[in-house]
Design a protein around this ligand. Structure first.
Ligand SMILES: [Zn+2]
Length: 243
């Protein structure tokens, strides 16, 4: 199977925060957070990621283009958060260089999946001669997830769950474009396995364990040493018959 490589380009960074929301949220920070989440998802499919910046650093557009063109990557996906003079500006849009190229198809795939994932207005795929889109030699697009200057959307971006949804949407778009089915991360089942439940109930009934409800809820967590010690102490007392 072909090994895919994606250059992920979190917009702005360092002394260039990009757009700043009404309460001070920085585009550069949100773009980086979403970029990291995208990388984490793509890695689950064996897709390699190259970042144009590591952490909160300033990287010029020339440098970003150079990284893309020197890489042997298949795609370049730039992640930004939009801003406009109008505080009511809303929605998601994706930029491609021109119609009909592979970057355009990638942009459509990302745009559709992202809109579906986060539910903001669909502003569609647009064409623009943005430097990173124009000068990269690999199929490229630039995503504007939402408007950080819109107070309601800025609030959304403060929520990690919303960023995660955006990352899933972008990742789904990339995966769909290369023909890989997105699969939900295996939900850590919240159901307590029957044998563990019975065991805890048995210990609680025999007064060998306090707070069985709590332990049933924390079933995924290993028991701390003090809990095991208490368990043994109670068991020991019980065996000696002096409870
Ligand atoms: Zn930007």
């Amino acid at each position: 199977m072909k090994k895919y490589i994606v250059v992920i380009d979190p917009g702005h960074g360092g002394s260039d925060p990009g757009a700043v929301g009404p309460t001070g949220l920085k585009e550069s920070h949100i773009a980086f957070k979403i970029a990291c989440m995208v990388a984490e998802i793509l890695m689950r499919y064996g897709i390699e990621n190259i970042f144009t910046r590591v952490g909160d650093t300033r990287v010029s557009l020339d440098e970003r283009v150079k990284i893309a063109n020197k890489s042997k990557a298949d795609f370049f996906v730039s992640i930004h958060i939009n801003s406009a003079g109008n505080p009511l500006a809303t929605g998601t849009e994706t930029y491609a260089y021109k119609q009909g190229v592979e970057g355009d198809r990638l942009a459509h795939s990302i745009q559709n999946n992202l809109v579906q994932a986060i539910g903001l207005a669909d502003r569609g795929v647009k064409y623009n001669s943005l430097q990173v889109v124009r000068e990269t030699k690999i199929p490229t697009c630039l995503v504007e997830v939402g408007f950080i200057n819109n107070p309601a959307e800025e609030q959304l971006f403060k929520n990690d769950e919303f960023s995660e949804k955006a990352a899933i949407g972008i990742s789904k778009g990339i995966l769909e474009h290369i023909g890989i089915d997105y699969m939900q991360k295996e939900d850590k089942s919240m159901d307590t396995p029957q044998w563990k439940k019975e065991g805890i109930e048995y210990l609680a009934e025999n007064k060998l364990m306090s707070d069985p409800e709590g332990w049933i809820k924390k079933i995924e967590e290993p028991m701390p040493v003090w809990a095991i010690a208490t368990l043994f102490m109670n068991l020991h007392k019980d065996l000696k018959g002096d409870k």
